[in-house]
Design a protein around this ligand. Structure first.
Ligand SMILES: [Zn+2]
Ligand SMILES: [Zn+2]
Length: 438
């Protein structure tokens, strides 16, 4: 056997040398070409054998994703979980949110539950590139961080209007248009005070409400990207989405019981992200639910793990992803074994910052390593802030309220700033104390 392999090796070297037309390959090239050609157990063992890594150069192989360090391939889709948990807040998992990045430069956010905004910021992506948000339904654990994202976008260097898509309401006042309208009204003081200080372009909002009962209807069709909506079963007026681009398909459930629409229209997608709950007994133990509450919420308002498996068995995605549970050592085991009663295909149990690179060749899953000390990404356009001082006249009551010694110190800070920076900024409020009438 060894003699035969040796003869084959010599033959391959000779063929390799002949094919290159260079006469002889250097020994390193010979080893590489031989290994890649042979695929024998010896060759594989050699590939996987000990290697001497440089002690000063970067370690060349990483099985994690460092955001901002990898170019997205022209044909590639990258999906990052920015929220996978529950309405019960926890540091480890924000509530529902998924970022989809495409090789054509387009980026989409699906759902934006509580806590997800800080996950998005930890990726270091300019907010100008994150102006498209699709909400599957208007529960706080799927939409709660949208107001923060929207209103504080301009102080995080977003100078681009936000575009929002969401379902119509069973009652008009429950639909996405009314929701966005109420949001702006609820945050009226925020809008006025923040609006007086920031570039107004980032505080524009385009709302696209669509019929929640529409089946497989295209609600977004730009730049080669189509997003379709599917009716969901979750208190009505909830929807699921399927994004299609470049022959790749991504399906996202928001909250729902498994539906026939999903089984039909999400069939064969590359990445299928669907909600899935922990067993009712665990909900009773962890959240203090009564048996009735736990069974209703965990199986009638949401998808039981066995039902998740059943819908994925029909969907047959390249990769199935379950989310919407607190993913711990014990819940993961319970969810996994319940899913395996009904589904044996490829599966990930999502947690925050799980990342999927999707190509025609398959789906690669890794964990992203977020930046815990993130600052906003730099501005993409020249800022045009309004004259804040003019927008905010100093009232007589403010004048009464101000502490004069502290105001004088503040004025010195600004004077020093002007000297050092060659600017001429006037202390609009604290400057009043040094005016003659004081
Ligand atoms: Zn919900
Ligand atoms: Zn939910």
């Amino acid at each position: 056997m060894r003699t035969f392999l040796y003869a084959l090796l010599v033959l391959l070297i000779a063929v390799g040398a002949f094919m290159t037309g260079k006469g002889y390959l250097n020994p390193g090239d010979v080893a590489k070409s031989t290994i890649s050609t042979l695929h024998s157990s010896e060759a594989i063992a050699e590939q996987q054998g000990p290697k001497k890594w440089s002690s000063t150069k970067p370690y060349p192989k990483h099985d994690v994703y460092y955001p901002g360090t990898e170019e997205l391939g022209a044909d590639e889709m990258r999906v990052i979980a920015c929220g996978t948990g529950m309405p019960q807040p926890r540091l480890k998992q924000a509530a529902a949110c998924y970022l989809v990045e495409l090789g054509n430069g387009e980026k989409f956010i699906f759902d934006m539950g509580e806590g997800s905004y800080e996950r998005i910021m930890a990726l270091g992506i300019p907010l100008d590139q994150l102006n498209k948000v699709f909400l599957g339904h208007l529960h706080l654990d799927h939409a709660g961080d949208f107001p923060a994202f929207y209103f504080t976008g301009p102080v995080n260097n977003r100078l681009t209007p936000v575009r929002l898509w969401g379902p119509s309401g069973v009652k008009p006042e429950w639909g996405t248009e009314a929701w966005a309208d109420f949001m702006v009204k609820m945050w009226a003081w925020e809008a006025a005070t923040r609006g007086a200080a920031v570039d107004p372009r980032g505080l524009q909002l385009e709302v696209n409400e669509f019929d929640w009962k529409a089946v497989n209807k295209v609600i977004y069709d730009e730049n080669g990207v189509k997003v379709r909506t599917l009716p969901a079963i979750h208190g009505e007026q909830s929807v699921s989405f399927v994004l299609e681009w470049n022959g790749l398909r991504f399906a996202f459930s928001s909250d729902t019981l498994p539906t026939r629409w999903w089984a039909e229209h999400a069939k064969g997608v590359d990445l299928a992200i669907h909600e899935c709950f922990i067993p009712p007994e665990m909900m009773m133990a962890r959240y203090g639910f009564t048996p009735g509450e736990a069974v209703f919420v965990g199986t009638q308002g949401h998808t039981a793990a066995q039902a998740f498996g059943k819908i994925m068995e029909q969907t047959k995605p390249v990769k199935a992803v379950c989310y919407h549970f607190q993913n711990d050592f014990d819940t993961a085991l319970a969810v996994h074994s319940a899913i395996r009663e009904t589904y044996s295909g490829p599966l990930d149990l999502a947690t925050d910052f799980m990342t999927w690179n999707v190509t025609k060749d398959g789906v690669r899953t890794r964990m992203a390593v977020p930046n815990h000390d993130a600052y906003p990404a730099p501005i993409q356009m020249v800022k045009q802030p309004p004259d804040s001082a003019a927008e905010f006249p100093f009232s007589a009551f403010d004048r009464e309220s101000i502490d004069v010694p502290a105001a004088r110190v503040t004025n010195q800070v600004i004077k020093k700033f002007n000297e050092e920076n060659g600017t001429n900024v006037f202390p609009a409020y604290t400057g009043m104390v040094d005016k003659p009438e004081n």
